[in-house]
Design a protein around this ligand. Sequence first.
Ligand SMILES: [Ca+2]
Ligand SMILES: [Ca+2]
Ligand SMILES: [Ca+2]
Ligand SMILES: [Ca+2]
Length: 749
Amino acid sequence: MRHLCLFFAACCITAHAQQTLRKPVASTDTQSKKRVVDEVAPIAKTVLETVDVDLKRLTKAKDLSIDNTLYTLHFLHLEQRLHEALKGKQLPVDPFAVSKGVAFATTFQTFRGLFRDSEKLRRFMRDTHTQATTKGVIVDMTIMPWVFRQEGGIESLERRLQRMGITKVARYQHVISALLPYGKIGDLTRIKAVRVLRAAQAKIGPTSRTHPHYGARPIVSSLAREPRAGREGRGGGPSAPSSKSGLVTSEGDKAMGTDIVRDTFAVNGSTLRCIGILSDSFNFLGRQEKLIASGDLPENIIVLQDIDEVLDMEEGVEPTDEGSGIAELIFDVVPGIPALAFHTAQGGQANFARGIERLTSESKCSVTVDDIIYSAEPFFATGIVGQAVNKVAAKGTAYYSAAGNTGTPGLFGRFNNVGRRTDVTLPDGSTVTYEFHRFKETGSIDLPFTLGPGVMSLFVLQWDQPHFTVFGPPGALTDLDILIYDRSRPLQLLFIGAETSFGADPVEVLPIINPFVSPLELNLRIGKYIPPKQAGTPPGPDPNLIALVDMANDAVLPTRSTSPTSFGHSNAQGASAVGASFYANTTNFGTAPPLVNDFSSRGSFPLVFRKNGSRIVPPIERQVVKFVGPDGANTRFFPSRSYLPDVDLDGDGNPNFSGTSASAPHVAALAALIREKDPSLTPRQIQMLLMETADDMNDPATPGFDVGIDEKTGAGFVNGPAAFRALSSRRAYPQEAELATSSLDYGRG
Ligand SMILES: [Ca+2]
Ligand SMILES: [Ca+2]
Ligand SMILES: [Ca+2]
Ligand SMILES: [Ca+2]
């Protein structure tokens, strides 16, 4: 009921905003505006002036690239300040309804009043994967390289930022992650050292709530058990007798055959030092002691950094302790492990990258797993998080990463310039010029799609130009934007993603929402932005490759079902990306070969840039998803939030943890057992052993059974006993393989 009210209220606000859109209010009502402003507190005047200045300063700003989510939060915060200053008085003209850049952002209109409604804030954070509080938001900012050469260097800049009230500062290479108070965004535009400023959007949580069944088949009735009452004291469940892993044992253990491996090969992880985990939080809900007491977690939990060190805990901030759920799964497979170590992957990309290194350098973990993807991580290059993964892999850490839960097809292919310029009229009457991409799927510049009621999409568009954030100058040469229209009224622009990319990152991240109770029929356009002549910036060359992914998984695009969607550091050479099969759909539970979950992300974007930023011709084809592990298995408490889907899949009273977030730790734990059996193996050799002994699976999106490696399931479902038999029967292992290069065909536009 509460959700219905929220949608309804949002609907009214948006309908009002749309009326305003159809009949733009001329900004000439200056006299009456001035009269009212004179009557209210001076702060209202300041806010109104700030709105005008910031709209000019932040829209296609030349020296600072700011992302759509941060831009929206900035103006939502100004709206809050105006609300406070007016104390209930009304302005004759609503500056947020008619101003360029704000007026037609339906998301902005829907989330008006965000800072006085904790339910709205919670929803915004959840849907946009933003790490925000009422006071500030975690950002990633990329610093100009000359800062490191000037007197005082980067430390001097960090001190300056801290004097501005920017806290929780973590740096990795030339990226600074920090908690930015909302009022300071304007001030940052005056610091020439900061080139890219972006809300740190980290996807957490098992899967999208609109995929309730994950493509999994119904569970056979023999698995269903009577639900147990209450969350405490329940247990029992189908525990494997050979494990000392507490009240609940993951069925993933049986699915991988690691229960047999422990008994047959006398391994349990006890000779290893620790396994590292990176996720959102570990002990925010305060369940750690109970889980240790019941034997579901080891006694030695090393928390290097939990989420409260990067974000102020307040109403609306809802960490899920996914790290603890991951730890439960690992401990079921490796019950002898002396310690598990945790570092939050939130707090920005720089904080994530530092955490990856600390788990190896400080905690000496020889196996590490994470389940977080940042929206701005590169598709076609190895970003800073991926570089951290490669660094620890080179030091011997076997690194496992969730392939992602973005199974809904994205878009991938060549940029196909339609060859003519189009002026797009904005609500204030000004025009912006684009050269649009013609979609080969439709033969036109429109890509139709549907957005279900009440859901949000998080579009990530990238193209094959160098990221400033990864390589420094020159950055991207071309600026692509996303424009989304109402299909029934083709001139009505409902959303625009217009980050500045010149000299910055070839990235456009756009959250959109459908606040209505019925589906929205929309058209998506991708435009190459043509700056006005007086701006002095050339429009740049057409990119070669473009790709679009909906991280929220809620938009149904008419694109090829074989388009890749797995991106970021799980694609790094040092990582093993893991896909997911529901445990009940695996061989040891009666389904052979196992069935992959629909939502499990698919590989593989090619690698276009070397570490030094130079272009690889032709691009290197990467096999990203290495293998599939089990998910949907029982834990004692996770998922810990009611909005996370299908809490108890098998009806036995214990919540079931779904997604590649759950499959990756299972496989990491199997890798730890292999590492214990033969400590001489390199991470790459462990990966190859698991691939060679996996049970082949089918990619359902391609015709026929895909014999051997495929982009959805990699080498197939990991097989613990087969891996250990191969290990015992063989003396030598292949040397590290070189990456093969090949000529790729992405299809003609
Ligand atoms: Ca852009
Ligand atoms: Ca269950
Ligand atoms: Ca296959
Ligand atoms: Ca197939």
